[in-house]
Design a protein around this ligand. Structure first.
Ligand SMILES: [Zn+2]
Ligand SMILES: [Zn+2]
Length: 361
């Protein structure tokens, strides 16, 4: 019979039986373990599972000829964005790069979205949101604020992949409780090591991942969440008067981001249940999605572009909730004035710069 070798969970050294303590003892770090606890721990480590994400095939229906005939494709030769709209809605400016040389042609094929969240906010609301966003930004160049500089405001349906799944997960943590005491001669520290295991299932509904290469992921993450209660089955009628980007990140390519979001959420939820220890370190986490579904949807986003000193500044607003994100230019002259004029209140400057940074992303 082969003799099983036990490794110290604390320092990975080889552990042996200590007859005096009647326990397993690590000669390297002096940690002691109950035999049963060590065996269980070793078993858990050996049995830990790999991550598995089993996404089912998603909708493969294309739009019918009649539906395609009512649409036109507006392509941007500069950045490659393909924007779809009804025949009467022509994109004049590319919402991503600001290029005006848009080429319009027939739509050859398009995967039919499963769902759409219709626009709720109009152009006026988008302008107002941007004005509010700029308010109080003291380092913003004065010229930038004038409304006439807004080069384009586009109502754009952005393609999203929505992932539904029931996920099983096992997470193992290393945790410690430490007690310190002393007598007249020595200080003592006793650290107890725990292997904490959490097993569970979490249901995920419509985890969104955008299907647009050109759309900055940070922008899209920032204007979330969208209210799914207002999501309806797709109909081309929703496109009239609006533009929609054709996805250039397919469902397969979007899966790693969905997996990551699911795993991060599980880790955060499970971690909240591990309490009462001084230190907690995640040792291993594995997630299994036996069977998940993927849907294709269009979400409403107002894209605002403005050119300032030869550079394009893009803002994105959630067309349903009004949440806005974007980068603002900084007036270097004003910034210097702040730095040199009020050096005495350095704390204030720091706060101001920090506020500005917070608004940048
Ligand atoms: Zn050890
Ligand atoms: Zn473009």
């Amino acid at each position: 019979m082969a003799i099983q070798e036990y490794k110290c969970p604390n320092c990975s050294g080889a552990v042996s039986f200590d007859s005096g303590a009647q326990k397993m003892k690590c000669p390297y770090c002096d940690a002691e373990f109950e035999i049963g606890a060590l065996q269980n721990y070793q078993k858990e480590v050996a049995e830990q599972k790999e991550d598995v994400y089993g996404w089912e095939k998603y909708g493969v229906d294309g739009l019918g000829t009649e539906e395609l005939d009512a649409l036109a494709s507006n392509s941007c030769p500069s950045c490659g964005a393909e924007i779809i709209g009804d025949k009467n809605t022509v994109a004049t400016v590319c919402p991503y790069c600001g290029n005006t040389q848009i080429v319009q042609e027939r739509v050859k094929d398009m995967l039919k979205p499963d769902f759409v969240i219709p626009f709720k906010l109009d152009k006026k609301a988008a302008k107002a949101a941007l004005e509010k966003f700029q308010q109080g930004k003291k380092l913003l160049p004065s010229l930038f604020k004038s409304e006439s500089r807004m080069d384009s405001i586009t109502a754009l349906y952005v393609p999203f992949w929505l992932f539904d799944a029931g996920a099983n997960a096992q997470i193992r943590y290393k945790a410690t409780k430490t007690r310190v005491w002393s007598d007249s001669n020595y200080n003592y520290t006793k650290t107890k090591f725990y292997s904490v295991v959490r097993n569970g299932t979490l249901a995920f509904q419509k985890v969104p991942v955008d299907g647009s290469e050109k759309m900055d992921d940070i922008y899209m993450d920032s204007i979330e969440p969208f209210n799914y209660n207002e999501m309806v089955p797709f109909n081309t009628a929703y496109l009239s008067g609006y533009l929609a980007e054709k996805f250039d990140v397919n469902a397969e390519a979007a899966m790693p981001r969905a997996n990551e979001r699911i795993k991060e959420t599980i880790e955060a939820e499970f971690r909240r249940t591990v309490t009462g220890y001084q230190t907690v370190t995640k040792e291993n986490a594995s997630v299994q999605v036996p069977k998940g579904n993927v849907h294709y949807a269009l979400f409403p986003v107002w894209m605002l572009n403005t050119k300032y000193q030869g550079q394009i500044y893009t803002f994105a607003m959630n067309g349903q909730t009004g949440k806005l994100i974007g980068k603002l230019p900084m007036d270097k002259g004003k910034y210097k004035k702040y730095l040199f004029g009020i050096t005495a209140v350095a704390g204030c400057i720091l706060t101001l710069v920090l506020t500005l940074l917070k608004n940048v992303i």
